[in-house]
Design a binder for this molecule. Sequence first.
Ligand code: NAX
Ligand code: ADP
Ligand code: K
Length: 505
Amino acid sequence: MRTAYSVETVRAAERDLMARLPEGALMRRAAAGLAAVCAELLGRGRGRVYGSRVVLLVGSGDNGGDALYAGARLARRGAGVTAVLLAPERAHAAGLAALRRAGGRTVEITGPDTGTGPDTAVGTGAEAGTVAALAAVRRADLVVDGIVGIGGTGGLRPAAVPLAEAAERSGAAVVAVDLPSGVDADTGEVRGTALRADLTVTFGTHKPGLLVDPAREYAGSVRLVGIGLDLPAEPELEALQHADVARLLPVPGAESDKYRRGVVGIAAGSARYPGAAVLAVAGALRGGAGAVRYAGPAGRDVIARFPETLVSDRGPKHAGRVQAWVVGPGAGDDAGPVAEVLAADVPVLIDADGLRLADASAVRARSAPTLLTPHAGEAAALLGVEREEVEAGRLAAARELAGRYGATVLLKGSTTLVAGPKDGDGTAVRVNPTGTSWLATAGSGDVLSGLAGSLLAAGLPARDAGSAAAYLHGLAGRRAADGAPVGAHDVAEAIPGAWRDVLRG
Ligand SMILES: NC(=O)C1=CN([C@@H]2O[C@H](COP(=O)(O)OP(=O)(O)OC[C@H]3O[C@@H](n4cnc5c(N)ncnc54)[C@H](O)[C@@H]3O)[C@@H](O)[C@H]2O)[C@@H](O)CC1
Ligand SMILES: Nc1ncnc2c1ncn2[C@@H]1O[C@H](COP(=O)(O)OP(=O)(O)O)[C@@H](O)[C@H]1O
Ligand SMILES: [K+]
């Protein structure tokens, strides 16, 4: 399991640890880890650290201190290190002294944009510093972003923007310290300009922003450097890995029969969208339930493709017993089936049209679990905001919906999140690590709904069913696509292979 903790929790853990360690020990640990990763990158790119050109972008806090100490280590190994001080009189004093002792040089940026320099510094001083800094960045082999870390608020300040842009355009490897500067550590939101890193070296634990888009995209690949933090059992966010999913997946035992494995009911499709029914059934058949019932108007299409399905053209109420229902994909405007499944005392997954048709108070009144699976547009409609707002603040949107409906919410998209209600089966929000943008193809959400519904019928709690389904669906998407476009039915067909991958580790 990969976990992420909030800034508040990280700060508390750091305080506890610092109280037990000599002054500055924690920062030296962080900087040693950072320097080792930088040296590895320089070794890979240029063959050696000696003679390489390193630029540190240094802000006013401890994030800059990490960069300065790491820079000192690289300078001692023969790198030419230039620290660009964005807040010269507030730069980490001991770190700066260490860098200078190691032979590093500094460029100072002062002026109103940084919010640091006296007014008299406006003009030639600020300009000269910026010009020198930009020139250093353009020549650099490596740029280290120590502008701001978990103490940051909002996007980059104006003085830092051209430096971040120059770093992105240069051929240098860009390494962010703890977080790419300008992103929100707790939410993954990017409300202003942020620095784009090739790699982020984060300390002690992942921060939520490193796992959730849009911030995740700015972080590049992420390396975690342990600094000995003692963190609580329940993280803010967790990303399942193969072994975690393997533990969740239902495997039939010697005494299993199709009913004991669980029967999933699919109430989906319409005369207009029969394909949604077929795709949801395609997902459900690969999700571990012992049987799939289909209730709706597309039975003939379903049977033609999947003769093993038990079909009925009457409503869900008359379809026979199931252990979980999936309702909504391609359902059109008929609210009847949604109301019928919500009245059933079994887990229910609501997707697509079903989300619009479901009565929120009926969802809240349920005692069996409910799993809602909106994409950003559907979530926005439920919340009464613009789609862009959901995409900019996915964590907040998923949590808000889970709270309003008293349900588990699987918010689909470039980062798929699964958030449970307060009294649900765990408080950490699950973030899916296997997604691929090849899944952005019509009908792939229908496959996911069937797959997750099948796992619900097999007995998984809603948060586990949603996150295991998203995990398998992402892997199946990768396997099916393998770098080329695919259709939703290809994704469904790749699920058994993804399942085997997971079980084999
Ligand atoms: N506290 C600790 O024990 C450790 C902290 N470490 C480092 O310390 C960092 C946190 O240090 P700080 O608490 O000093 O905070 P930061 O270094 O993240 O930033 C603090 C300062 O940045 C300014 N600031 C806020 N938003 C800004 C923005 N958007 N642009 C420019 N400046 C902005 C604020 O004035 C604030 O004083 C971590 O991210 C990590 O890199 C590590 O050394 C590990 C140990
Ligand atoms: N950019 C993306 N990166 C990764 N996964 C994506 C992206 N866009 C969409 N997806 C995934 O593709 C699936 C699309 O589902 P959905 O939007 O419901 O489409 P449909 O209704 O056509 O089936 C979801 O699993 C979603 O998480
Ligand atoms: K940073």
